[in-house]
Design a protein around this ligand. Structure first.
Ligand SMILES: Nc1ncnc2c1ncn2[C@@H]1O[C@H](COP(=O)(O)OP(=O)(O)O)[C@@H](O)[C@H]1O
Ligand SMILES: [Mg+2]
Length: 285
């Protein structure tokens, strides 16, 4: 079970990502990055954060502590931003919190060196969980006190959006060419040798037990939350042993530009700002 705390103050929204997480203070005097059940991405994002975050931590990767946060939307009454007000109103009850790392910096592949062994572990782990959200555009990693920390596991296990195809989907290859750590020569064979044997059924059951029942109830096709928990264990277990054979890494370069904010992309390449990834690569320096 994750520790449960109660939010006492909404501090400020974080606008870098897409889901509008907020910084909140809680009754344990902790400060957390809160992900809301009422966000457009839905509660499955939070389920993925817990399963993959806790799995990563148990495999020895650095993931900030996760907690559940009780929210009474009344704490946001003084919040002037209507979007935030609505998010808080839609999120009464249990939400997810991640320990806030004060003074951390977003990972920049041009400014920080990662050893092949560590890069291999992160790429292997992302392949296991089908993480599509750790690219050089959007690294979802922080540097804190000189170490690399993994955040944002909401866009993983894509197969949980289509349960009938889950086993087939979980057998698919993982193209890591766009992965932000691809240029660091990730030692995937070493990572697989070390980590795959640790992804046991027992470990996976431990991890899925951390997901609060209320984010799992009433999933179409499942009679009980335990049945749904088992459905998460099976594809991860099946994938762990052989996923390293299905990771593709095309010759990456380290000269790819850092992600630029949307307004800058538009100013630098107005004719290309329609969201086409290929064109924005050329437009930003
Ligand atoms: N634990 C944390 N400590 C400090 N900053 C964080 C933490 N988690 C997230 N952030 C900041 O908030 C931003 C958005 O968080 P993220 O989890 O990536 O949400 P989204 O789903 O919106 O992409 C991150 O890019 C990072 O700058
Ligand atoms: Mg993010």
């Amino acid at each position: 079970m994750l520790t449960e705390v109660t939010a006492t103050r909404y501090v400020t929204p974080l606008r870098e990502g897409g889901s509008l997480p907020g910084i909140v203070e809680a009754d344990d005097l902790g400060t957390y990055v809160m992900k809301f059940t009422g966000a457009g991405q839905g509660r499955k994002t939070l389920v993925a954060e817990v399963i993959c975050g806790e799995l990563g931590r148990r495999l020895g990767l650095r993931v900030p502590e996760l907690v559940t946060i009780q929210l009474d939307p009344v704490i946001g009454l003084a919040e002037p931003d209507q979007e935030v007000q609505e998010l808080l109103k839609a999120s009464g009850g249990l939400n997810l919190g991640m320990d806030y790392l004060p003074g951390s910096l977003g990972f920049d592949p041009l400014a920080y060196e990662v050893e092949p062994a560590e890069a291999g572990k992160v790429v292997w782990f992302d392949a296991l969980i089908n993480n599509v959200d750790r690219s050089w555009r959007n690294p979802n990693m922080l540097i804190w006190h000189g170490d690399l920390w993994l955040i944002d596991h909401g866009a993983t296990m894509i197969w949980h959006h289509n349960w009938p195809g889950a086993q087939t989907s979980a057998a698919k290859p993982y193209n890591a060419s766009d992965h932000v750590l691809a240029p660091f020569g990730p030692d995937i064979a070493a990572a697989a040798a070390e980590l795959a044997p640790r992804v046991t059924e027992e470990l996976l059951f431990e991890v899925v037990a951390d997901v609060p029942d209320e984010w799992l109830v009433d999933e179409p096709g499942f009679r009980t939350t335990d049945e749904l928990r088992r459905a998460y264990v099976a594809p991860l277990l099946a994938r762990a042993g052989s996923v390293h054979e299905r990771i593709t890494l095309d010759a990456p370069t380290r000269t790819k530009p850092s992600q630029a904010p949307g307004w800058l992309v538009e100013r630098l390449a107005p004719q290309q700002a329609s969201g086409d990834e290929q064109s924005s690569k050329g437009g930003v320096r």
